[in-house]
Each structure stands twice: as C-alpha cells, then as structure tokens.
Design a protein around this ligand. Structure first.
Ligand code: COA
Length: 269
C-alpha cells in the first residue's frame, strides 16, 4: 500500500481532478486510485491526460482523461458529464487547475492578471458549480487547491495572491451553502518539490536554498505529502471537517521575518 495509511480509504468512490495531468494534482489522482477510487482527470491537454491516466492504469488503478479548460464553462460541463458517464456519480472533486508566472504587478497586463484569476478562481467556481448536480449526496467532498499566497502577501504574485484568497473564501461560502450534503475544504501547500510552480518561483539552487532556510521543517514538501493530505480530507476520517483551510507548508507561513533573522544568527544547513 503506497502512502502512510494502512488500508484503502476510497474503495467504491469516484473522483474528478482538474489539472490532474501533472504535478500535485496528478499525485493526488494517483493516490486516490491507489486507495480504490476511480479517477477522471480534467485538463487542457489531451496528451497529458492520456499519459497520466495510462500511468495510473499501469499501476493497477482505474483512470480516464476528459479534456476541458476550466475557464470554459460549457466545455467543463461536458467533461464532467463524460466523467460521470464513464465512472458513475461523483463522490470526490479536487479543483487543482492553476496558472502562475512570477511578475511584478507593473509587469503584467490586465489580461495576464485575468488569466490567472480566471484559471484559479473562476475555474474553481466553475468546477464546483458544474460538478454539484453530479455529486452523490450526502457524503460528497470537494477539495480546492489553494496556496499560502492566499494569506501571505508575496511580491511577483499579486495575481496568485488575489486569486487564491478568493478560492479560500469560496471554499468557506460553499461549505456553508452545501452542508450537510457536501464537505468543501481547501489545501494550502507552501513550497512543493518538483512542480511547475516551484520551477518558476525557485528557478536556481541558490533561491531554493534561501527559501528552505525560511521553512521551520527545513525542506520543501513532496507531492506525495500533499496527496496524503488530500486523501485524508476526502476520506471518512475527515467526515466532520468542512470549510477548513488546511495549510501544509512545513511552518513556512508562520515564521515570517522571524525565521530569516534566526537563520541569519544561527546558520543551519
Ligand atoms: N509575465 C507577464 N505576463 C505573462 C507571462 C509572464 N511570464 N506569461 C503570460 N503572461 C500574460 C500574457 O502576456 C497574456 O497577456 P497579454 O494578452 O496582455 O499579452 C496573458 O498572460 C495570457 O497569456 P496566454 O499566453 O494567453 O496564456 P493562457 O491564458 O493560456 O495562460 C498562464 C497563461 C501563464 C497563466 C498559463 O499558461 C500557466 O499558468 N502555465 C503554467 C502552469 C503552471 O505554472 N502551473 C502551476 C501553477 S502553481
């Protein structure tokens, strides 16, 4: 059994994962499949979805790809309908599709800002809204993939900070409106190794080392650690948790300036 749990937690469940063709979202989809869920991957690029679902199938899981851009509501509705027709009513939703590029506010056009807000925030709303009628209720779970930028302002990330703050508020509003039938939670990862986002935000070993010094646990997360958290939140073990923003960042967002000062005074590897 892969992961830290000793038994399969999602047997008989059907999941959709947006952005599931790569990165954190693929790791989540793979973990769900290892735990017995049938997973439908939604994303823009058919080839990515095909190779991701092949990988899950080769490992003995059940997976399928359904291309759509989360910004386009009608295409998304069609993809979710196709996922439902393939695997059955949906128990679990992970809204993970996201966009990012590091740029100062004055270095991005209105359209650049809008592109990220549309993918992250509108795309999350679209997915939740379109999935709702296909959810097997009661007992359904939605996880929105946020980021620590939602509550920690960061230079070069005005678009992502604004979008993810919106995602977390959307999580809380939907948790109120859709209880008791549907649980809605956010996961806010910090720095995660080997992801497209961190390749952009920490492009050199020096920058990565500097960021690591500001993380109390002194390392980046692995994608599998985020996947384990998503697994827990989607499982019955979390059945009284809704509207929560669960931070998984090794303590990075707690530390603020203090950890930098401490690291400067007591240099550690
Ligand atoms: N700096 C400034 N502006 C940028 C930019 C950058 N590095 N990259 C894209 N933009 C702007 C474009 O110039 C365009 O604005 P314009 O029309 O005024 O020129 C706007 O963003 C939209 O770009 P477009 O090429 O049409 O792409 P898109 O709408 O498909 O989405 C991204 C662009 C960058 C948001 C998206 O492709 C992406 O996020 N890719 C990376 C995925 C990723 O990192 N995932 C992990 C997220 S944590």
């Amino acid at each position: 059994m892969a992961g830290v749990f000793g038994q399969k937690l999602l047997v008989g469940k059907n999941a959709i994962v947006t952005g599931g063709g790569s990165g954190i979202n693929f790791a989540i989809a793979r973990r769900f499949a290892e735990h017995g869920a049938k997973v439908a991957l939604i994303g823009r690029t058919k080839e990515k979805l095909d190779s991701a679902s092949d990988e899950i199938r080769k490992a003995g899981g059940i997976a399928s790809g359904h291309p759509a851009d989360v910004r386009e509501y009608d295409a998304l509705v069609a993809a979710i309908k196709s996922a439902r027709e393939t695997h059955g009513e949906i128990d679990l939703v992970v809204c993970g599709a996201a966009g990012n590029f590091p740029a100062p506010a004055l270095g991005m056009s209105a359209n650049g800002f809008k592109a990220v807000v549309d993918i992250d925030l509108l795309g999350t709303f679209n997915t939740c809204r379109a999935a709702y009628e296909h959810l097997k209720r009661p007992g359904a779970s939605i996880i929105n993939i946020s980021a620590t930028q939602a509550f920690s302002p960061m230079p070069m990330q005005a678009h992502v900070c604004a979008a993810k703050a919106g995602v977390d508020m959307l999580t809380k509003c939907l948790a109120i409106e859709w209880g008791p039938d549907v649980r809605v939670n956010s996961i806010a990862p910090g720095a995660v190794d080997d992801t497209e986002g961190m390749k952009r935000l920490a492009p050199t070993p020096e920058i990565k080392k500097q960021i690591t010094r500001g993380i109390p646990l002194r390392r980046f997360a692995t994608k599998d650690e985020i996947a384990d958290l998503a697994l827990f939140l989607s499982s019955d073990a979390a059945k009284f948790i809704t509207g929560a923003i669960v931070v998984c960042d090794g303590g990075q967002s707690l530390a603020g300036l203090g950890i930098g000062i401490m690291a400067a005074m007591q240099p550690r590897p």
